[in-house]
Design a protein around this ligand. Sequence first.
Ligand code: 5GP
Ligand code: MG
Length: 179
Amino acid sequence: MSQPAYVIDKMISAKSIAARIEELCDDIRQEFADTEKLIVVGLLRGSFVFIADLVRELDMPVEVDFLEASSYGDSTESSREVRILKDLRGEIHDRDVLVVEDIVDTGHTLSHVAHLLESRSPRKMKTIALLDKPSRREADIRADWIGFEIPDEFVVGYGIDYAQRNRNLPYIGKVRFTE
Ligand code: 5GP
Ligand code: MG
């Protein structure tokens, strides 16, 4: 399928992301100081780069698991209906869990996933999102940690795609259509 022409304007540099992750990991390490082994749950697919950098900066015992919830498809419209396409491999009952999301937009995805995982009675569960678009919020949810607040722009890079492209950009950029 052909896409309309667009360019990507750099919004957050790789360097800024790395610096912010160092700060976030200081907080996360403190919050989970008494945790034997943290279960880090990445929401596929957008969080895969973020989670890779996070766990290496965390420098504590972790397990990594993934969950996939339905989201945008190949368009830029969000869907209120959230479906679980792939569930966790492991149990989280009585465990310490960090849920890692790429972007909190309307908040429906994180809200749905957080409720689902809370129903499995983890000992402690916290959420982190690299990006937050508060102006778009519909569900009553906020991640415990946010990398960056951004305006209502469609962004790509650092794991985040537009129609499955641009995930491998090392920075966050906003998509600007040129036709
Ligand atoms: P929600 O609206 O449920 O908070 O977010 C749904 C999903 O849409 C998020 O998990 C995120 O991956 C995706 N999303 C939100 N904003 C953007 C964006 O600007 N670019 C891309 N590629 N995905 C986005
Ligand atoms: Mg996502």
